[in-house]
Design a protein around this ligand. Sequence first.
Ligand code: 4NP
Length: 160
Amino acid sequence: MSKSESIRARSILFVCLGNICRSPTAHAVFRQLANTKRPDLKIDSAGTAGYHKGAKPDTRARAAGEQRGYNFKGLAARPVVENDFQIFDLILAMDESNYQDLMAACPSEFQYKIKMFLDFAEQHKDVNEVPDPYYGGNKGFEYVLDLVEDASHGLLKRLA
Ligand code: 4NP
């Protein structure tokens, strides 16, 4: 994928492991940034694991995001399901392990939809993964937001 090529997508799914920290943060940040320019976009998030199914975003992720003006209304964790590969145009993995898990679960005809979210980052060009903040301190959640904001801006620019 060339770094300047524009992308056609009407629906985007953000994916991490638990769907309570990183992908809901990406969901909340991106839906807010895209709201004016692309109100037609369908945006969702999910986890490669289902063990937090139904849970609201992690309180630390929410607090950090709300501090920067994002809202997490209506978000609840769910696992990635087979149908996601069919209905979403773009499926964005937060880390390499999420990417590998998605590729393993995805029918080959849809694998082209799966990309690393940070491929779209413009400031953090040397960073490939949004690191899992779950077992760390608050700094981890701030760093997640820095990366997510960067990649969200880059993604929005690239959308045709
Ligand atoms: P996330 O973070 O993948 O960014 O939602 C995690 C949340 C929960 C766990 C791991 C990562 N967990 O092991 O429960």
